[in-house]
Design a protein around this ligand. Structure first.
Ligand code: SF4
Length: 351
């Protein structure tokens, strides 16, 4: 999990790489950059939290609910993983006890035991051969992996079976062991039944929330328990709504609860791009893209060098305005002002 206590994100101190070093001792947040990218004055006015509009309060409430559901899925998926490990353990115990039970049932025969041991050795040689091939070859790795595992398991099973001809026959103990194996198997089946219910529920919820495939490794619960991710290199910080691990990359996902636009909004792209840079700094690998999830449609935003430059340019402009102690409207679009949540208190709004 990225959240909680990721050591890579601890004890990082922001050192601005340029002229703003003397005014800033902390990083710039992704949500500030989102507001700034929409309109610098919108960001400036948002600094007074008592002036939050009704739409903003309603939006963050919806947001909290949605994240609560994603968090529940993440918890259930971890529980499901734990149960899978328990099932494996119980199944392994059932099989082992059952095999030993069978061994005690077999007649006493040293010759048979020796023959089976030679067979086990042959399986082991095959297994080592496939392992050597696996190390050398770049092709057919899946097949070679399976053959290596199969021959290794075969070797173990035959070797154990050969023991049956060494031990003296003991049918009563063999019977007790088979009954005990059955009990272990019944427990494994009960856990499997529980696990399949959880899995079904998770699958349904994921579909309902239109969650992308992958493991949920971070969820912003909009409270103190969610770790703020920080990049010392870029002087940025933020809490993406969630992060999905997929194909070895950490993909940030940002939920937007308002109306669904025809295309992703510039300010939202800047916010998501900020998370991309933070994750790149923390993990050492820039995610190839992030996901902007509107109520009716999701967009994949590619994390290009161009987007990185835009984010850093906006960060510098924000720091400059912070140093000056003022910010102003930077556009001439009345439509933008009409959609702005701070228009009621804005001295520069366009009608
Ligand atoms: S009303 Fe217009 S000028 Fe004012 S903060 Fe909003 S977008 Fe900017």
């Amino acid at each position: 999990m990225i959240h909680g206590n990721n050591p890579k994100t601890q004890a990082k101190v922001y050192k601005p790489p340029h002229i703003y070093e003397h005014i800033m001792s902390k990083t710039v947040s992704a949500s500030d950059l989102e507001k700034y990218a929409y309109c610098p004055l919108s960001w400036w006015l948002s600094r007074d939290q008592s002036e939050r509009s009704e739409a903003e309060i309603e939006g963050s409430e919806k947001h909290r609910k949605e994240e609560g559901k994603v968090n529940e899925i993440a918890i259930k998926e971890r529980e499901s993983q734990r149960l899978e490990t328990t099932i494996l353990f119980f199944s392994f115990m059932a099989s082992t006890i059952s095999i030993f039970g069978m061994i005690l049932w077999l007649p006493d025969s040293r010759v048979m035991s020796a023959i089976l041991l030679v067979e086990a050795l042959l399986w082991l040689i095959f297994s080592l051969y496939f392992l050597t091939m696996l190390e050398k070859s770049r092709k057919n790795r899946n097949l070679l992996e399976r053959l290596t595992a199969l021959t290794a398991i075969g070797s173990i099973v035959v070797a154990i079976y050969s023991l049956g001809f060494v031990f003296p026959k003991n049918t009563s103990l063999a019977m007790i062991m088979q009954i005990s194996a059955l009990v272990w198997l019944m427990v494994a089946t009960t856990i499997l039944w529980k696990e399949s219910h959880i899995e079904q529920y998770v699958r349904k919820q994921r579909k309902k929330l239109d969650l992308p495939d992958g493991v949920i490794v971070y969820v912003d619960m909009d409270n103190e328990s969610s770790e703020v991710l920080e990049s010392a290199k870029y002087g940025l910080r933020g809490r993406p709504d969630h992060i999905i691990e997929r194909d070895g990359y950490y993909i940030p996902v940002e939920l937007k609860t308002g109306r669904t636009p025809r295309g992703p909004l510039f300010s939202h792209i800047v916010q998501l791009g900020t998370y991309g840079l933070i994750i790149e700094d923390i993990t050492g690998k820039r995610p190839p893209y992030g996901i902007l999830k509107y109520p009716e449609k999701s967009f994949e935003i590619e994390f290009t060098d161009e987007l990185r430059d835009i984010v850093l340019k906006k960060r510098d402009e924000l720091l400059r305005d912070l140093e000056r102690g003022e910010a102003h409207r930077n556009h001439h679009r009345p439509g933008k002002c009409r959609a702005c949540s701070r228009r009621k208190i804005c001295p520069e709004r366009l009608d």
